[in-house]
Design a protein around this ligand. Sequence first.
Ligand code: PLP
Length: 220
Amino acid sequence: MSIADNIKKIISTIPSNVKLIAVSKTKPKEDILEAYQCQQKIFGENKAQELAAKQKELPHDIEWHMIGHMQSNKVKYIAPFVALIHSVDSISLLQEINKQALKNNRTIKVLLQFHIAEEETKFGFAEIEALALLDSSEFKALKNVEVCGVMGMATFTENIEQIRKEFKHLKRIFDNIKKSHFSTNENFKEISMGMSGDYLLAIEEGSTMVRVGSSIFGGR
Ligand SMILES: *Cc1c(COP(=O)(O)O)cnc(C)c1O
């Protein structure tokens, strides 16, 4: 199956209120263009410099999302144009994003990443840490970042009930934080969860953004 066929098939399974982020990391720009020609306009990458290089060479109406763990010193490469950073996992990263956003005279939208998997290797806040961040004066001083929701990655496992449980956990975190800190903010609305192997399950559990790579572009 071609990239075009894969995109069409996936789009036909996703409700219109869920956004498809086509994860193009490691893939050449020809592959991205093939997806773009099927009206796919949102792409996700996990490395800042690769993202910035692709942005320069590809159509400028593409919406670029950063989905991978970030070091603060890389924010500057994507700050001028990035549409959404899914992977914010510390106050220091958030402060650097704010600084670079200010430099570029814009506001950068972000999601808070939560650690919902069993694996220690995955990044992200615990709920209690994020609540402390949102209550802190450091956070309240940041005027050029906008927190639009939450992101998480489930454990890499065949056990569907475990994955479902982890997605439910992220949905519960979203609901709690929405209620406690964003009840009057309609821009806090995104739950980024679900990848090639589990995006339909994620949508059942309330995902608003699925990040799909290998089912579109093939293995890496
Ligand atoms: C690579 C990646 C994906 C996409 O994974 P696939 O299994 O190829 O769909 C989604 N989210 C993040 C954070 C990734 O790094």
